[in-house]
Design a protein around this ligand. Structure first.
Ligand code: MG
Length: 255
């Protein structure tokens, strides 16, 4: 008689019945792609502005600024939050605005174009340890969802093949349709738990962003795994991670 391995083989507490994975930085190395696209977008914008105003050009820091102001947030919130950190308040704008003026919308669109170009070029790597972990989750039989702020989530999980390990998807597109607040609000993770038919206390959140672990904490999830890709373990703990690992595979075979 064969017996299924239990959740303890996944490094998770007894009682956990479902797994909710952030995408960028947890399953895929898209954080790299996003950070590069943000840098190109903001540096173009800041350089042009510096030339116009005579103020010094201070480039976007793809580590510090990325982690603090944009990582894990819906795109337009990222644009707004970073620019405000530089004392810049742009009008919101929108698809109907054809003036060519700088707006939160136009800057965000530029960033999205750069990300989409990289996805189309299949310039996306998955974390091998995360694929190992997803296979182990499958062996235990827990349902899984990807919960991402990215509007490109569907393309990314299809291009990378991750879609075969994921039962549900809550992303930037579904969040907009269902009017869900972005991370650090817990709404998208709560929607993920609901999609899998479990209570938040029965689900584990895997997140690499400070805003993401904060969302897991705020949602009352049973366990929040902070995935430290950039040396911010303390920050992840402070924002609500129950445990911090550098790779999902670290959780396997702990005994
Ligand atoms: Mg992330």
């Amino acid at each position: 008689m064969s017996e299924k391995p239990g959740v303890e083989t996944l490094g998770l507490p007894v009682g956990i019945k479902a797994c909710l994975f952030d995408l960028d930085g947890v399953l895929t190395q898209t954080a790299k792609v996003h950070a590069a696209a943000w840098k190109e977008t903001f540096d173009e914008f800041l350089r042009a502005r510096a030339e116009r105003t005579g103020e010094p050009f201070v480039p976007f820091d793809p580590v510090a600024d990325y982690d603090e102001y944009v990582d894990g947030m819906p795109r337009e919130d990222g644009t707004r939050t970073f620019l405000r950190s530089r004392g810049i308040d742009l009008p919101e704008g929108g698809p109907e605005d054809t003036s060519g003026a700088d707006t939160v919308y136009s800057v965000s669109m530029r960033k999205n174009e750069l990300v989409q170009r990289r996805i189309a070029e299949h310039d996306i790597d998955v974390f091998d340890g995360s694929v190992r972990y997803l296979k182990a989750v499958r062996a235990v039989g827990l349902p899984t969802a990807v919960v991402s702020s990215s509007a490109n989530c569907k393309d990314v999980i299809e291009v990378t093949g991750l879609v075969s390990y994921l039962d549900a998807r809550i992303d930037g597109t579904t969040a907009a349709q269902e009017h869900l607040a972005g991370k650090p609000a817990p709404d998208t993770f709560l929607a993920g738990a609901k999609a899998l038919g479990v209570q938040p206390s029965e689900a584990v959140v895997f997140e690499d962003a400070l805003a993401g672990v904060a969302a897991g904490h705020a949602g009352g999830f049973g366990f929040v795994v902070g995935v430290d890709r950039v040396g911010q373990a303390d920050g992840l703990r402070e924002h609500g991670a129950t445990v911090v690992v550098t790779d999902l595979a670290d959780l396997l075979d702990q005994k």
